[in-house]
Design a protein around this ligand. Structure first.
Ligand SMILES: [Zn+2]
Length: 382
């Protein structure tokens, strides 16, 4: 029996140069704008100037925390914000989504945060949120959660509700042209992972399948090219599409062991999310394939890994091993460091594996991996 739900942004506006439509989009939604930007708002001075006043700017200087979401919500309340915009990467967008939700529902981030918070249900619509991504990776412009770090608990956890999906995703690939190669590599491999994990997820459905397939095709076409030449607008467009599709796929089909482990690592080490995913991608794929072949050789996820390998390599007869080879070669070409570079040590592996086994991302993994499988994966990613 096929049964599924599918939710995405109310409106997706995509195209080179279309960020210029932001003032008009915002004017249709509210009159007092709070804008979350990255650490350097001057980078988007042109876009910000176009908003006129009264717009308040809230810079997001690092990965969002509970404290930052609280401060941003305070700034929004003080400003009387009735619409929230985000111009930035995943951190700025997740912060904006958290603020928009809290402005609509009242209360504190810890009232609603999964795992470490009180788990109160989000029942009221968020204030309208417009997300304008400046990196191609997280797909946060179309996802239903905002990841917040709680340094006190040494974990990252999500605020989550379909009510948090931005009202408008305004995606302009030209905005990613100034991304430095290291960010292009890490965010691009996150985008690829966010298409691959939903494609083999136990929660995959016919809509996410189509979305994920096209995302993998775009990653194959654009990832290496965008890294080699950041001014290649065709490659930047492929990666902006890949990121958007990955966000749609993961919001509706969940993820897998790469994100299960990366979430835990992100809470304890200073590794950027995209780098953690990139380092884990091939070891997790290999462990999943091995576990599936030994326990359930007819499992449909094996056919999906084969199809993904064909999409990534562009070879219609490629086997899973060819796909793994393509991923490993890409990691090398894009100069992704191992996790040891961020202080993850072999003696941490048991603890990370145990925490990851309980994470919500793990629920989408096509096959249960034992703590010892996860430990092996982690040691390979160091
Ligand atoms: Zn991710």
């Amino acid at each position: 029996m096929t049964a599924f739900e599918f939710a995405t942004a109310g409106r997706i506006v995509f195209g080179a140069g279309r960020a210029a439509e932001l003032p008009g989009v915002l004017a249709g939604l509210g009159s007092r704008v709070l804008v979350c930007t990255g650490a350097d708002p001057a980078r988007h001075a042109g876009l910000l100037a176009g908003l006129g006043s009264p717009a308040a700017v809230f810079p997001v200087t690092g990965e969002p925390t509970v404290e930052l979401a609280r401060a941003g919500t305070g700034a929004g309340r003080e400003h009387g914000a009735d619409v929230v915009a985000a111009i930035g990467g995943g951190s700025a967008i997740d912060t904006a989504k958290a603020i928009a939700m809290l402005l609509g529902n009242g209360g504190d981030p810890l009232d609603y945060l999964e795992v470490v918070g009180s788990g109160r249900a989000i029942t009221q619509p968020a204030v309208p949120c417009v997300a304008v991504p400046t990196t191609a990776g997280t797909g946060a412009e179309v996802t239903a959660n905002a990841v917040l770090a709680s340094p006190a608990h040494r974990v990252k956890a999500s605020l989550r509700s379909t009510l948090m999906i931005p009202r408008v995703a305004l995606v302009d690939p030209e905005l990613t042209a100034s991304c430095p190669p290291g960010v292009t590599a890490a965010s691009g491999l996150d985008a690829l992972t966010q298409c691959l994990e939903p494609f083999v997820s136990v929660r995959a459905n016919p809509l996410t399948d189509g979305v994920a397939r096209e995302g993998l095709r775009r990653a194959a076409a654009g990832l290496r090219a965008a890294y080699a030449d950041g001014s290649d607008l065709g490659a930047r467009t492929d990666m902006a599409v890949c990121s958007l599709l990955g966000g749609i796929a993961l919001a509706n089909a969940k993820l897998g062991a790469v994100h299960g482990l990366a979430g835990v690592i992100g809470g304890t080490a200073d590794a950027p999310h995209g780098v953690a995913c990139a380092a884990l991608l091939a070891p997790v794929m290999e462990a999943n394939v091995q576990a599936l072949r030994s326990a359930q050789p007819e499992h449909p996820a094996l056919r999906r890994y084969t199809e993904a390998s064909r999409l990534l390599t562009g070879q219609p007869a490629a086997a899973i091993e060819d796909g793994l080879g393509w991923i490993r070669e890409t990691i090398t070409l894009l100069a992704i460091p191992g996790l040891a570079a961020f202080g993850v040590r072999p003696q941490d592996a048991d603890d990370i594996a145990a925490k990851a086994a309980r994470s919500s991302s793990m629920q989408g993994n096509p096959v249960p991996l034992s703590p010892s499988d996860l430990r092996t994966v982690l040691l390979q990613a160091l």
